[in-house]
Structures are given as structure tokens and as C-alpha cells.
Design a protein around this ligand. Structure first.
Ligand SMILES: [Zn+2]
Length: 457
């Protein structure tokens, strides 16, 4: 509402609003103010929260995202409910846990277990479109190719982007081509830019370390290192990989800054709710591996979550435990659209929410389940059966398994976890996705289908 009043007050006031975030640039044609707001949802694949400056990282990886956080609400403790691009994006768009939507990865090329989002899982974009939104998506393909069923509910779903520059350019083109009739827009952007291979251009390529290393930063090299138990990976190699990964974040940050500047000039941004998040984190040897291997440790499940725009408090840092399941209900509430009956997440901006006990449930298919409270984490592994209990206050790096030292604590959390798991309904699976050779080639380039069952999901 605040933005609407300013715009109607005339051009000077409109420029004043834009000046809050960037230089005042005249819009080519003033777009009518939509009611409800536009929504822009950005998923930075494999971006772990603690690598962003606004989440406390010592390197200046995210100056622009930091300004977004300062203009909106940053959720300091946000978690992915599951591991892997396919299941986690399904949760993001459906507000359902993996235990319900059952989307999992094909495990090997031979198994051919390609799944589609089940028909019974209502997606955010479907609800918005039913209430009059135009719905656009641009993804980097791979596991976000339309073949897996994410295109349902999008008026236009483009899965051929090749990084954040190409993706933002395509999405900007789609937004610019829309009729300027005041219809609200939901735009979803997914990028693998930060994901392996860690290959940012200069100057970010060498901003945080040497531009080249003794080893490659491609997915194949990293998968091979995982298979070897990281044998031969020196501290210098690890530092090189970290530098490249951090450079990818900084490059993405720079491109997003330009993208947002264009969206402001289009008159889109002042009336848009923006959410920036990630589907999972990334490992750098903390627990014996690289990439994302279906682990439930903090480096794998803790993700950024930044919200801003009309209806979102500015300059706020939220310390509650929240998860990707909460994103769709929150965006729907901001749009004034009721959530689907089965959605399990909460509207994070609702007053009086969170009266109950704080816990986030995570899982990696049926292989691994976790419950994370503010102070404790319990992980239950299926093969071989084992429990891991971590005291996050004293051991934030999850180094000392306390399951045998604190059996009562482990039992209590295990009971809660089991109660939660048993209470989740399971949706019927429909059909199988059938990616073509080009899509399979793309997945291999990202480090999937490498033959290692648990290496990069
Ligand atoms: Zn991913």
C-alpha cells in the first residue's frame, strides 16, 4: 500500500521511492500498480546461508543481497526440509514435506526412476494463476526442467537458461513483453550459477583465491574426490574450491543487482514482494564430503531466506526456526490468496504465529530423517541404522555424536521424529518423467548420474 500511495502522488514521489534502493531512473512507461503485488521468487541452487555476508560470513560475497536483507526481513535460521534439487523445489512450491510428495531423485541412470510432481500436490503458481496472476518461470533446466512437472500452473515456463546472466535476461524479457494492464505477476527464477561446477567469470573468479588450482572445480572432479573419501584433497585445494564457490555467489550477487535495477526501471519492483532462498546448501569437507550428498548437517540444510516488499517489515532479522515449507503460504498470504488445504507450512508474517514448539523436520527420502530444534539435532540413518545427536549450542559444527551420552534426549527427539513421520500422508505417484538426451547431458554436467549413488543429489 505504501508504494501505491507514493506512485499515485506523482513522478517526484515515484523517483523518491526508487531512490531508496538505487539511482532514480525514469521508467519507460509507468506500469499500472497491481493489486495484489507482483511476486518474485528466486532460488539460488546450492547456496548455503553461512556463505552470505548478511549471514555472518567474513568475506564480502553478497553486498547486494545484504542490501535486500536490510530493506526486508532476513530469516536467520531457515532450513531446507529435504535434500536435493527435485524434492526441495517440490517442497518450496507445494509446502509439502518430501514424506508427502515423495519426489525423489533417480538414483542411477539404470534405475530410470524419473518422477513428476504428483497431481495431488497443489503448487504455488497454480493458486496464484487461479486468482488472476500471470505466472512466469525461468530455470537453468537440469533438475528444474519442465519434464519433472514444475511447469504446471505457469503461463510460460522456460527451462533453457544457462546461468544467472542468461536467466535474468530471459525473465526480464518475459516481464517486459507483458501487457501493462495492472495484472499481478508471479515470476520464479532458478539458477545453478552457484552450484558446481564452480566456474564464475573474472573478476569474481579470482576475488577470493587463485583463479586456477591444482585440481579442477568441475562436478566430475568433486564426485571423484567424494568417492575417494577426499583422499588427496589438500587444505589448499579446499581453499581453492571455497574461493571459486564464494566467487560464484559474488558474481550472482552482481548480476542480480543489475537485474533489480532493470526491474525498478520497469516499474515492476516497487510493487513486488521478493523472496530469495536456496534449495539446499553445499559441503566443503565438514563431514567428509563435497557437493550435496543427502546429508542433514547444517552446511547442507541451512539456507538463506530473505523477504521484502509491500507487507514485509524492513530491517528486521527473524530468529525463529523456519523452513522452505513456509515460503509458499507466506507469499500466498501477501497476495491475499488462501493456501491449499493440505499445505503444511505457515505464513511467517502472520501475527501470533509460532505459539507451538519450534522444530524443523528434515529428511533425505527414506534414507535419513532429522529433527532440528533450537539447541539439538537428531539424525536417524536407515543404512546402517544409527542415531546421531548433536548439542548445537556447544557443538555447532556437529562433531560429537551425543546419542549414547544423552540417551534420554535422543529417545525423546526420536519419538517426536517418528510421530511426525507417521502423521504425514503420502500422495499417489503419477507417471514418470522422460528427460531427453540433452537434458541427461546437462544433468551429467552438473554432477548427476555420475554413478555414485549418494554423491550429488
Ligand atoms: Zn539443488
Amino acid at each position: 500500500m505504501r508504494g501505491r500511495v507514493l506512485i499515485r502522488a506523482g513522478a517526484a514521489a515515484a523517483c523518491l521511492l526508487i531512490l531508496v534502493v538505487a539511482a532514480c531512473r525514469p521508467a519507460r512507461e509507468r506500469a499500472p500498480v497491481p493489486a495484489p503485488p507482483h511476486i518474485l521468487l528466486i532460488s539460488l541452487d546450492a547456496c548455503r546461508a553461512d556463505r552470505l555476508s548478511c549471514y555472518g560470513y567474513e568475506r564480502p560475497t553478497s553486498p547486494f543481497l545484504d542490501t535486500l536483507a536490510s530493506r526486508g526481513t532476513r530469516f536467520a535460521l531457515a532450513f531446507a526440509n529435504t535434500q536435493g534439487t527435485v524434492p526441495s523445489h517440490t517442497t518450496l512450491l507445494t509446502s509439502l514435506p518430501q514424506e508427502t510428495h515423495r519426489m525423489f531423485h533417480f538414483r542411477t541412470e539404470e534405475e530410470k526412476r524419473w518422477q513428476k510432481v504428483p497431481d495431488g500436490a497443489v503448487m504455488l503458481q497454480e493458486l496464484l494463476r487461479a486468482r488472476g496472476y500471470r505466472t512466469l518461470a525461468v530455470t537453468d533446466g537440469g533438475h528444474m526442467a519442465r519434464v519433472f512437472g514444475y511447469d504446471r500452473g505457469f503461463d510460460d515456463y522456460r527451462d533453457g537458461a544457462t546461468g544467472v546472466e542468461s536467466g535474468t535476461r530471459k525473465l526480464l524479457g518475459l516481464i517486459r513483453a507483458l501487457p501493462r494492464d495492472g495484472t499481478p505477476v508471479f515470476a520464479f527464477l532458478h539458477t545453478y550459477e552457484i552450484h558446481s561446477p564452480y566456474d564464475p567469470p573474472e573478476p569474481e573468479r579470482s576475488l577470493f583465491g587463485p583463479s586456477e588450482g591444482r585440481i579442477g572445480a568441475d562436478s566430475g572432479t568433486l564426485l571423484a574426490l567424494n568417492e575417494a573419501g577426499l583422499a588427496g584433497l589438500s587444505p589448499q585445494d579446499l581453499e581453492f574450491l571455497r574461493g571459486r564457490y564464494d566467487g560464484g555467489i559474488r558474481f550472482t550477487d552482481r548480476v542480480l543487482e543489475g537485474f533489480f535495477r532493470e526491474l525498478e526501471a520497469e516499474g515492476f519492483l516497487p510493487h513486488a514482494v521478493v523472496a530469495v532462498t536456496a534449495d539446499h546448501g553445499e559441503e566443503f569437507g565438514e563431514h567428509g564430503g563435497l557437493l550435496h550428498r543427502g546429508m542433514l548437517y547444517e552446511e547442507s540444510i541451512r539456507v538463506p531466506l530473505i523477504l521484502l516488499g509491500p507487507g514485509v517489515a524492513a530491517g528486521r532479522v527473524e530468529g525463529r526456526l523456519v523452513s522452505l515449507m513456509d515460503v509458499a503460504p507466506t507469499l500466498l498470504a501477501l497476495a491475499g490468496v488462501p493456501a491449499a488445504p493440505g499445505m503444511r507450512g505457515r505464513d511467517l508474517l502472520a501475527r501470533g504465529a509460532d505459539a507451538g514448539e519450534e522444530a524443523v523436520f528434515t529428511q533425505y527420502g527414506p534414507l535419513r530423517y532429522g529433527i532440528r530444534t533450537r539447541d539439538w539435532k537428531l539424525i536417524r540413518n536407515a543404512t546402517p541404522p544409527s542415531l546421531e545427536l548433536y548439542d548445537l549450542r556447544r557443538d555447532p559444527g556437529e562433531r560429537m555424536n551425543m546419542a549414547e551420552v544423552r540417551p534420554a534426549q535422543a529417545r525423546e527427539l526420536a519419538r517426536k521424529l517418528e510421530r511426525w513421520r507417521a502423521a504425514q500422508p503420502a500422495l499417489a505417484q503419477q507417471g514418470a518423467a522422460a528427460p531427453d538426451e540433452e537434458q541427461i547431458r546437462r544433468l551429467k554436467g552438473l554432477g548427476y548420474l555420475g554413478g555414485d549413488r549418494d554423491s550429488a543429489q
